[in-house]
Ligand binder design. Structure first.
Ligand code: MG
Length: 258
């Protein structure tokens, strides 16, 4: 099931996405909370009449760096012995169709297409064989990065944590085998990144074990699993789209911060 979060006439709701796009998609409004018990109301609204919101409101976004060998190599980095983990703050999260605001302290903004794992249950110290039980679903992410600041500053809080640096969406797909999917990024319709999730160095299972060894994950928390090769610059006016097979397309425009 594809679950979107949206607003219409000032009200916010979750809905199950049904039909085929782009104009045939409808949302069946959900009664209850998607992570717990819920039912479909049968009340349907056309998707093109609503504003999509980030499909989840995470308590935290834990991101993994350098998880595809070709991407590590293109930036001149070794594949690390242990996964590199960092946070993106909740204030960095935006939905599909929202604008990425080019930060004033950077002249080198990059896109990073990533598969995002959405957690469905509170969990800690998850054993490998239980990882599938704590995952709610998957969505597309863009780990937008101020590359110049990332190189300049030892920690990446500003470079990867500025407002609007974490587009998520367009919805969460709950029925998906994530292990061998095409993942790509285009800028203004031109392909920039292309990879397969099977090329991840550490699997989703490895990452959930690694992260929950340290911290409790809550329903709605998000793990970004790293980006394939082909990262590159974004400029004001660009439209960047992240597409993952079986999920959909996350689209955002880059604007000057007002
Ligand atoms: Mg990344």
């Amino acid at each position: 099931m594809r679950i979107a979060r949206f607003s219409i006439d000032g009200n916010v709701a979750f809905g199950a996405v049904e039909g085929e796009g782009p104009d045939g998609l409808v949302l069946d409004i959900i009664k209850g909370i998607p992570y717990a018990e819920f039912e479909l109301s049968g009340t349907k609204v056309p998707l093109n009449k609503v504003r999509l919101l980030p499909p989840v409101l995470p308590n935290k976004v834990v991101a993994i760096g350098r998880n595809y060998a070709e991407h590590a190599a293109e930036l001149g980095n070794e594949v690390p012995d242990v996964p590199v983990a960092f946070f993106k703050p909740t204030t960095s999260v935006i939905g599909s169709g929202d604008a990425i605001e080019y930060p004033s302290f950077s002249n080198e903004l990059h896109h990073e297409a990533e598969l995002a794992v959405v957690i469905g249950r509170m969990c800690r110290e998850v054993p490998r064989e239980r990882v599938k039980d704590v995952i709610f679903g998957y969505t597309c992410a863009n780990d937008v990065t101020a590359r110049d600041a990332q190189k300049r500053e030892k920690q990446w809080a500003r470079a990867k944590g500025f407002d609007t640096s974490c587009p998520l969406g367009p919805w969460v797909e709950t029925d998906l085998d994530p292990h061998d999917l095409t993942i790509q990024a285009t800028v203004n319709g031109e392909q920039r990144q292309l990879g397969r999730t099977s090329d991840m160095i550490r699997s989703i299972e490895d990452l959930v074990v690694h992260i929950t060894e340290a911290m409790t994950l809550l329903p709605g928390d998000v793990i970004l699993t790293g980006t394939p090769a082909g990262v590159g610059p974004l400029h004001v006016g660009d439209e960047v789209a992240v597409t993952i097979e079986g999920i959909g397309t996350l689209t955002n425009k880059v604007i000057k911060r007002g």
